[in-house]
Design a protein around this ligand. Sequence first.
Ligand code: OAD
Length: 235
Amino acid sequence: MKKVVILTGAGMSAESGISTFRDSGGLWEEYRVEDVATIEGYQRNPELVLNFYNERRRQLPLVRPCHGHELVAELEKDFDVTVITQNVDNLHERAGSTKVIHLHGELDKATSTWSPNDPKQIVTLPPDHPDIHIGDTAADGSQLRPFIVWFGEPVPEIERAAMISSKADIFVVIGTSLNVYPAAGLIQYVPENAPIYLIDPKDVPWTSGHRFHHIKKGASEGMEELTQLLQKERL
Ligand code: OAD
């Protein structure tokens, strides 16, 4: 089976009702990135940061995968699909995708403030007690924090994602403004002869030398068109 690698961003979950970051009305108009998505912000005001992610986490059971997430999962019938997502929601998994790499962490998990990437410290929060409070502790005794990669922190999954991107037969980008590195840099690893499809209703600044096919539609409609286009690529 051909390898399809799909890089997704906030626009993938927009039709499920989760706000994007940089569109008008996006989250970064309401909150300052420095306050809620950096380690310095967390050190300054941990309660604000915990509450920001508690709110996002409480939204999870109230939203559902959109048709676009479902079509991404259905591609597994004909292709070896890996989803590399910048999203911290679990909508790809809930739609049925089996290989999902979360570059920026996972909202339904928590970890240690001292060693956030130590697998022994990472726990899944129970859906009936989803909030993290000041005073909740990880296994190492430190304050429990969201399992989210903040700006300025290492992105532990990037090497695995780069390796998988370098093996792609077909690469797809859905709903990301490609503003944030190293995620946006993954395109540089895609083999030159692999076609790249971009699904986004808006123009996205494209800095790579690859040729790409822009499906200028939202995630669900765009995935319908892509599913048709990929029919001829099945082996
Ligand atoms: P952005 O908000 O920067 O970009 C969202 C993209 O989705 C834009 O290009 C929109 O045009 C597009 N879009 C909007 N509605 C869409 C729809 N219905 N279907 C398809 N596309 C649509 O979000 P990201 O690129 O994901 O990181 O942002 C990257 C990272 O920046 C996030 O993971 C987050 C943020 O700060 C951290 O918090 C560490």
